[in-house]
Design a protein. Structure first.
Length: 158
């Protein structure tokens, strides 16, 4: 199974949770300030004190969860990056050892030889002779120089 995950997307989500926590903290502070502005008799008569205590307790629980979620997302982003780097390095070591065991990359993936369409060139030469009546100079034979500087002629196959 392949998991595609951008750690920066997790970090962005963590940032959004932190923003939410900060806004919630501000709302709780404003609500607490508004409650403090009420006199004691008004708070008791309306029963707002009990409602506020319950709302503040739930708000603080939500605040703690938001901050914990942000920390969790940050930690998972870091863990994913570390795991990804470890697995990428292990995969590279495995591929390199496979290549060494099979004689190197050149034996696994032999170099491509460029092919030159010799027959097509001969047909064009014949067409030119028919069209103009003039004979053309002979075509130059192509040679490939390999990395060890051995020259080999290209066959006439397309």
């Amino acid at each position: 199974m392949i998991i595609l995950l951008d750690p920066n997307a997790l970090r962005e989500l963590a940032r959004q949770w932190r923003l939410f926590a900060a806004e919630l903290r501000e709302v709780l502070a404003r609500a607490g300030g508004a409650l403090s502005a009420l006199d004691w008799d008004t708070r008791v008569q309306t029963g707002v004190e009990d409602d506020w205590n319950r709302a503040r307790r739930l708000g603080n629980l939500l605040l703690e969860d938001a901050e914990a979620t942000a920390r969790f997302l940050e930690r998972k982003a870091q863990e994913f990056e570390e795991t990804d780097a470890y697995c990428a390095a292990a995969l590279l070591r495995g591929i390199q050892s496979f290549a060494r065991a099979h004689g190197g990359w050149e034996s696994i993936f032999p170099p491509r030889r460029p092919s030159f369409p010799t027959r097509r060139v001969v047909y064009y030469e014949q067409l030119a002779v028919i069209a103009t009546g003039a004979s053309l100079p002979p075509a130059i034979e192509m040679v490939i120089l390999q990395s060890n500087f051995e020259a080999q002629a290209i066959s006439d196959s397309d």
